[in-house]
Design a protein around this ligand. Structure first.
Ligand code: PGA
Length: 251
């Protein structure tokens, strides 16, 4: 179902105590239901269980930032879908550009992760987006279409209920550089068309497409006002409760 979503990707920030402090501040700022958006936070693996407990009776959901494509076995350092589900985590971010770039997660690996997440009835926030050189070379539409085709378009029609898309142009992540609201809208409209071509109009109309890349309190409202932008995946600004709440409330 298409809905407004504001998700905070905490990346490799905040130890146990800092996580608890930030969650308390967020509960304080966001529990009054001023926002129309579904709110999600994604702390690191070590703090997911405590975050899930802490947020159980609030309107804030919890997601993992990554997950193994494998069910279980000799995969040192990996975390499985079952492990996440067993601590109450039902949402996972797959395909973030930092996973693609620094940890060499290919489209093929991401496709397997998506399959594993779906199999475990998880909601998958699937991230993708072009690099600066792609946009400068006018390849951004091709790149995005290929990432969707190779990482996601093996799923079935029914699976779309569990998918959220997150368009994150790599050149805008953590750089302070943001896609203009018109650039975001242009790409989100294109993404919906690509989904429509493969899966039909109703699935395309129903999927939530988030924008990510240097969203801040100052630019959130204008970006979120665009017709095909259903919210945001927030990095840096998600680490400050006041900023994250201001972004969420600008939906
Ligand atoms: P940023 O990160 O908001 O710090 O640019 C976004 C993301 O990586 O999801």
């Amino acid at each position: 179902m298409r809905q407004k979503i504001v998700a905070g990707n905490w990346k490799m920030h905040k130890n146990a105590e800092e996580t608890e402090d930030l969650l308390n501040e967020l509960i304080d700022k966001l529990s009054h239901d001023e926002t129309n958006a579904k709110i999600i936070v994604a702390p690191t693996f070590t703090n997911l269980a405590s975050a899930a407990d802490h947020l159980e009776f609030t309107n804030i959901g919890v997601a993992a930032q990554n997950m193994s494509q494998f069910e279980s076995g000799a995969y040192t350092g990996e975390i499985s879908a079952d492990m996440l589900k067993s601590i109450g985590i039902n949402t996972v971010i797959i395909g973030h550009s930092e996973r693609r770039a620094y940890f060499h997660e290919t489209d093929a690996i991401l496709a397997e992760k998506v399959t594993t997440g779906l199999k475990h009835n998880m909601t998958v926030i699937f991230c993708f987006g072009e690099e600066l050189k792609d946009r400068q070379g006018n390849q951004h539409f091709n790149i995005v279409e290929n990432q969707l085709r190779d990482g996601l378009f093996h799923i079935e029609n029914k699976d779309w209920q569990q998918i959220v898309l997150a368009y994150e142009p790599v050149w805008a992540i953590g750089t302070g550089e943001t896609a203009t609201p018109d650039q975001a809208q242009e790409m989100h409209k294109f993404i919906r068309e690509v989904v429509e071509k493969r899966y039909g109009a109703s699935i395309a109309a129903e999927v939530s497409i988030l924008y990510g890349g240097s969203v801040k309190p100052e630019n959130a409202k204008e970006i979120f006002s665009k017709a095909d932008v259903d919210g945001g995946l927030i990095g840096g600004a998600a680490l400050k409760a006041a900023d994250f709440a201001a972004i969420a409330n600008s939906i």
